[in-house]
Write a protein that binds this ligand. Structure first.
Ligand SMILES: [Zn+2]
Length: 406
């Protein structure tokens, strides 16, 4: 993790009402200063040192740390899983060799070690409030504006699904029925070279209001680690399949959320957006703690990223969080997202051992019922949300990475 972690204390006049727990952020190039006549907006505490991090003397806030480098470290360098897993070096797809049950146990052991790591506070799971607390300081000081939803809705909801195998693909009609009943659109991240894509059926999904997006060609987790020439050739093939299917550019979610600098560089012109990070989470199959801490879309170097912001079904099931407890975990996070006015992005896997487990699917349906009944929720496809962000980015200051660091 780049940056040194500071506990944050925010001046009551600038503090968001939802901030009730400890906030801690890794900061880059902190300048140790003492306040003079200016108003202190945010303090940082590390050991016995308490220093002013943001002050105001006149209209513009003054940062005693490098805001640009800090945001890059949090939202780009540390946000993505870019360490190559051992099995991504294997010449075959491990999913086809090791039985699912056994892989599940490996993941349970990984989750145990993940949650045993106590040497850093950022990001906390399942709710990480620190960057959103800084975001609300930006709103209060006029550095940024809030993303506005249509019809004065208060927060966004995107129901996304990773179709990792033929089993998941076959479950699309059943999951789709649950959403359709409540008039909620879905985003389906499909593999283009694993199972056979039924073009008639998929075009019907689009016609009924859903979005098709790409989850790569095959789920071998190698895309992000290929030599550039090979990567570009594979991306061109992937984009071509979706172009033919949808007639437009689509979004991308890299298999197992692996995202490297090289992949980011090569997707900006071929894909509409990227959704290969979480705001906070256990990153399966990689057990490292990670996430960008942010609940809105953001853009860095020409790529619009929209993080997954609700705990993944896989993260919950692998930790043994099932039934009512699973629903309550989603609800607690949803309440936080609603208070912030952010975007709730659910990522479900219609695999037989994940979403399609009877109790998990029942909680998923309860979640769908809850957001459908909430008149303050703007339920949309992910591409609608990205276009909302792109439209507002032109006139308003809503782009945290590019607008706050000026
Ligand atoms: Zn996947």
């Amino acid at each position: 993790m780049t940056g040194i972690e500071y506990d944050l204390t925010i001046n009551e006049a600038y503090k968001a009402p939802w901030l009730t727990v400890k906030a801690a952020l890794p900061l880059v190039d902190v300048r140790i200063t003492r306040p003079r006549n200016e108003e202190v907006i945010m303090w940082g505490q590390r050991d016995s040192d308490r220093i002013p991090l943001i002050t105001q003397n006149g209209s513009q806030p003054i940062y005693n740390f490098d805001i640009g480098k800090t945001l890059r470290a949090i939202m780009c360098d540390n946000a993505f899983v870019s360490r190559r897993p051992l099995y991504a070096r294997l010449p075959f797809d491990i999913r086809r060799i090791v039985p699912k049950k056994f892989r599940r146990n490996i993941k349970k052991i990984q989750s145990f070690f993940h949650f045993s790591a106590k040497n850093q506070n950022f990001p906390q799971w399942p709710i990480e409030p620190s960057l959103m607390a800084l975001h609300s300081v930006f709103l209060k000081t006029g550095v940024l504006n809030k993303l506005q939803y249509p019809d004065n809705k208060r927060y966004g909801v995107c129901m996304t699904h990773d179709i990792d195998s033929i089993d998941s693909y076959k479950s699309i009609p059943l999951v789709s029925t649950i959403l359709r009943k409540k008039n909620i659109p879905a985003t389906w991240f499909l593999l283009s070279s694993d199972y056979t894509l039924d073009r008639h059926y998929l075009r019907d999904l689009i016609a009924s209001g859903d979005e098709l997006a790409s989850h790569g060609d095959v789920h071998d987790n190698k895309l992000a680690f290929l030599p550039e020439k090979e990567m570009v050739a594979r991306l061109r093939l992937i984009a071509g399949v979706f172009d033919e299917l949808t007639g437009t550019q689509v979004g991308l979610r890299s298999p197992s959320l692996y995202m490297t600098r090289m992949l980011r560089k090569n997707i900006s012109k071929k894909f509409l957006y990227d959704s290969s990070c979480v705001d906070t989470g256990i990153l399966s199959p990689d057990p490292g703690r990670g996430g960008c801490g942010y609940l809105f879309p953001y853009s860095i170097e020409g790529v619009v990223h929209m993080p997954i912001t609700l705990p993944l079904d896989s993260s919950l099931v692998f930790q043994g969080i099932r039934g009512d407890a699973l629903f309550e975990t989603w609800m607690k996070k949803l309440a936080f997202i609603k208070a912030v006015g952010g975007v709730a992005v659910l990522c479900a896997h219609p695999e037989p051992h994940l979403l399609m487990q009877k109790d998990v699917l029942a909680q998923y349906s309860r979640f769908v019922d809850t957001v459908a009944a909430d008149h303050e929720a703007y339920c949309c496809r992910m591409k609608d949300l990205v276009s909302l962000y792109n439209q507002q980015r032109v006139q308003k200051k809503i782009d945290i990475f590019n607008d706050s660091a000026k």
